[in-house]
Design a protein. Sequence first.
Length: 134
Amino acid sequence: MSEETLPDEAQTPLEATDVGQAVVEAPLDDPDTHRFECRSCGFVFDPAEGIKKLAIEPGTPFSALDPVSFRCPVCRSKTLAFKDIGPRNKPSGFEENLGYGLGVNTLTPGQKNVLIFGGFALAIAFFLSLYSLR
């Protein structure tokens, strides 16, 4: 590689991971973009959404919240009850398992929901189409 290409590669904020045939681009570990889940009730604080009920603006990271005054809007637990669950678009599961499962392990939880419930809807449509047979 030449010296001209090294600075450009060093400045890229994304880290590409080759998983099987698909390339998954994951942001570098930035805790300000991570979501936090309350271990008491399951409420998820997403910095991209904020909390309108508590007047927390979108884009506010969890680390910027006041640990003394902030409480979970559902169960009123303190910040110590929250656990870091990672960024929103991170594939769920362990990193070493992302290469298995016919590429399904690299899907985000939202994509997996579409795949599962889309399959259910297709199966129900197929079952209902059997009534048209004589």
